[in-house]
Design a protein around this ligand. Structure first.
Ligand code: G3P
Length: 227
């Protein structure tokens, strides 16, 4: 399962890239609104930080299919290879996906996915990824993990190449459940990255090892001080 960062703050992205194996960054209009200014300034900075090979997902905001297609071309013209255009999985979005599939090599991520059949239709329309919103589905009283698992089963049963990029996580437990069933990718807000690894019991165990070493070797000594 590839891990992506669902955020546009450069300092947060930089720190997470230092610590974690990151395959790319996803954004949406709400995330870009937190930064403000020209969205392409932000996106170009993210692109230069994560390298040309990493995935960058950018959402089109037009409502009509023709405009979505034009926006998709504009986004990929500016941001280059490995840019996925996020298109909402709604009727005009499906129409745009079909046009892009027939007329371009633009990679599409179908977004705002709440149901398995929405994902199925997006996959049939040529989406490379579908993004089920795990926590938002939970918040509606349904089961986001179950929906995501069902999407995985549908793609497998119908021999579809569309991958899942699970999105909208509130906690690391939701991510754990999807790791166990091996979805293609998950995009996480910075706090979920840290929730995966922050654990006071582990910190305490590591501190205890350091204390024991220093008890015989001396303060701040490490293996480098010995031959
Ligand atoms: O990018 C779409 C998705 O990640 C939204 O997440 O946290 O706003 O529900 P959230």
């Amino acid at each position: 399962m590839k891990l992506l960062i669902d955020d546009a703050h450069i300092d947060a992205i930089e720190k997470i890239c230092e610590l974690f194996p990151v395959a790319g960054v996803t954004t949406n209009p709400t995330i870009l609104a937190k930064i403000g200014g020209n969205p392409f300034d932000t996106l170009k900075e993210i692109r230069s930080l994560i390298s040309e090979e990493a995935d960058l997902h950018v959402q089109a905001v037009s409502r009509r299919a023709d405009d979505i297609v034009a926006e998709a071309r504009h986004i990929t013209d500016i941001l280059g290879a490995n840019t996925f255009v996020k298109i909402p999985a709604v009727p005009e979005g499906f129409k745009a996906m079909k046009t892009l599939l027939e007329t371009s090599e633009i990679l599409v991520t179908a977004t705002a996915v709440y149901t398995p059949l929405q994902a199925f239709v997006a996959g049939q329309c040529g989406a490379a990824y579908v993004a089920p919103y795990v926590n938002r589905i939970d918040n509606m009283g349904f089961d986001g993990i179950r929906v995501t698992r069902e999407i995985k089963e549908i793609f497998s049963a119908n021999i579809m190449e569309t991958e899942i990029i699970a999105a909208s996580f509130k906690n690391a437990q939701q991510l754990l459940e999807l790791c166990k069933c091996g979805v293609g990718a998950a995009t996480l807000a910075p706090e979920i990255f840290y929730a995966m690894i922050n654990n006071s019991a582990i910190d305490s165990a590591v501190e205890h090892f350091v204390d024991d070493f220093e008890s015989f070797a001396g303060k701040d000594k490490t293996m480098l001080d010995f031959q």
